[in-house]
Design a protein around this ligand. Structure first.
Ligand code: N01
Length: 548
């Protein structure tokens, strides 16, 4: 590991891992600092029971190495956390990534040194490291948040957050478990916790729209067909709004004698009310994923929300519980679509109780459980499934200071300002992977990560070969880009006034309400990045090299 690396990288998740490989290929020396004890990022930390990915694994995988694509076997279509982490470990071993990584090292300050044009990183242990380039590969959902509930510190039992689940086995047998939060993490964890615990009490503030996940094992012939077509599939990903190819393994479908299911038209509004109900009866909640107008047409959205609610009422036996589980204050498409395994059925179990916090809010946590305005619920374990300070959290927590000591926190007081989610003016040679203003969380993250890391690598290479010392966006570029990011988000389901999501920062008290990811689609975004590079970075200021 180099003591004077060309590039310092913060984070050894999928972004930091690929950055090591890609930068090395250009002859750059690198050093990664990672707070965890190993690679994997999100998949290293989020080990709660039921954790899995909502993008098919054959697509949620690196595309940079054809050999890797051919040699890795995925056991399921949508992989569980442990399989994705196994993949991350395989990649780290195969490309010998760990030799440039320092684990158990949290970065506490990232400062630009004006006089020497270098970045200095300080770690929790007081260690300092310097390099001319710094890449923040810190993830979009990596700072877990816990609500500030009076008395929380007095709870005498075990406390877990889904985003920092322990690495040892958690034995819930015979225990009373309370879980707070019903977003993606809560919805995945709840059925598993209910199976393991003596009793589970679910504290729900906002009911969720959740659709049953595809739970198929991987068929060898499907995997083979993907492998055969991988180059074409990667190309399709590059041209898809969300970075997924939607490749259909036609041969294996035919072989299994499954009829290709395009059973209904693409628009919900094209169906008669009778056809809509028949479709829901036949295909269940999953049918709604097939209609594109749900996400673009408010009338279709309203109808879909009603169909969703009607269907849930048939899935949960106790009518009062069913009624409480119905999302009513916002529509489908406002939040990240949640996928589940047995979520609604879990509320038919005798050992599960649902508490609706809009009727009876939490007042406090006591040494023995959770107190709401109408009762006290005894618990041996409290699980917080209360989400993350998304997209900006990890960057702000790193205490980044740019030119003249300017704090990123001050620059972003009214919301994140960055050009293409890649760089900020006033912070030369500092790059963010999947930063705010890039498609990131609206895209297949692996595709978004590879595109960003490739762009950054080629940019650094350009600076070296053109004898340029520094790069940072023009102030006008980032202001125009932020305006464009807001403009394309305007009028979508994501920014409806009734919508409160972490995309908007709405889950963090005091966080400016700004739609952070770029909703204009991955291909359009990618084309803009490519244009910048091809034209010699006209939207950026390029600075002279310091004389040695
Ligand atoms: O977090 P969330 P998450 N009192 O913010 C509730 C990705 N992910 O970890 O909506 C009571 O979505 C909060 O209630 P409300 C995915 O991108 C992916 O579940 O604020 N409740 C909400 O119910 C996802 O979108 C996968 O009213 C409180 C919950 O906690 C993102 O991570 C799996 C509360 C937080 O939900 C985040 O998901 C898991 C309080 N004081 C995660 N504060 C897959 O790939 C918060 N809540 C499938």
């Amino acid at each position: 590991m180099s003591d004077r690396p060309d590039v310092l990288i913060v984070g050894a998740g999928f972004a930091g891992m690929y950055a090591v490989h890609r930068f090395r290929s250009l002859g750059l020396s690198v050093k990664v600092l990672e707070a965890g004890s190993d690679v994997g990022g999100t998949w290293y930390w989020n080990r709660y029971p039921g954790a899995r990915c909502d993008v098919p694994s054959l697509e949620y995988s690196y595309g940079f190495s054809p050999q890797l694509e051919q040699e890795w076997d995925w056991p399921e279509v949508f992989s569980a956390q442990e399989d994705i982490l196994r993949y991350a470990n395989h990649v780290a071993d195969r490309f010998d990534l760990r030799r440039d990584m320092q684990f158990d090292t949290r970065v506490t300050a990232v400062e630009y040194l004006d006089d020497v044009h270098r970045w200095r990183l300080t770690t929790e242990r007081g260690e300092t490291l310097e390099a001319p380039f710094c890449v923040m590969a810190t993830g979009c959902l990596s700072v877990p948040v816990k609500p500030d509930i009076p008395g929380a510190a007095t709870f005498a039992g075990e406390v877990y957050h889904t985003g920092t689940w322990p690495h040892h086995d958690v034995d819930l047998a015979g225990k009373r478990v309370a879980i707070i939060g019903t977003g993606s993490s809560g919805v995945q964890a709840i059925p598993e916790l209910a199976r393991q615990a003596a009793h589970l009490t679910v504290f729900q503030r906002t009911p969720v729209y959740t659709i049953p996940a595809n739970r198929k094992r991987m068929r060898a012939e499907v995997q083979d067909e993907f492998r055969e077509h991988y180059r074409e599939i990667r190309e399709m990903q590059q041209n898809n709004q969300g970075g997924v190819s939607n490749f259909r393994p036609i041969k294996s479908v035919r072989r299994a004698n499954v009829s290709p299911s395009n059973a209904f038209p693409a628009r919900l509004l094209d169906l008669t009310p009778e056809q809509r109900h028949a479709t829901m009866e036949r295909f269940g909640l999953g049918a709604l994923l097939g209609f594109r107008d749900i996400y673009t047409d408010p009338d279709a959205n309203e109808i879909a929300n009603d169909l969703y609610r009607e269907t849930v009422l048939t899935m949960v036996r106790d009518p009062e519980t069913a009624e409480r589980l119905l999302p009513k204050t916002y529509g489908l498409g406002c939040k990240r679509q949640v996928l589940d395994r047995d979520y609604y059925d879990t509320f038919n179990r005798d050992n599960v109780t649902l508490i609706d916090l809009t009727e009876t809010p939490i007042e406090s946590i006591t040494s023995r459980g959770v107190r709401t305005t109408t009762g006290h619920y005894e618990a041996d374990v409290i699980v917080y499934a209360t989400g993350f300070d998304a997209m900006t959290g990890a960057l702000l927590r790193a205490n980044i200071r740019g030119r003249n000591g300017r704090k990123l926190e001050d620059k972003w007081r009214d919301g994140p300002v960055a050009y293409l989610g890649l760089q900020m003016s006033g912070f030369p040679n500092l790059f963010t992977v999947t930063g705010p203003g890039s498609p990131s969380v609206l895209c297949n993250m692996l595709v978004a990560i590879e595109q960003h890391v490739n762009w950054i690598a080629e940019c650094i290479d350009y600076l070296r070969t053109h004898d340029v010392g520094s790069i940072e966006p023009l102030r006008t570029s980032e202001v125009e880009w932020v305006a464009h990011v807001n403009e394309v988000a305007e009028g979508t389901m994501y920014t409806a006034p009734s919508c409160n999501s972490w995309y908007l920062g709405a889950n963090i008290p005091g966080k400016p309400r700004i739609f952070m990811p770029y909703v204009g689609g991955y291909p359009r975004y990618r084309a803009r990045c490519e244009q910048e590079a091809a034209n010699g970075y006209p939207g950026f200021a390029l600075g002279d090299r310091l004389s040695p």
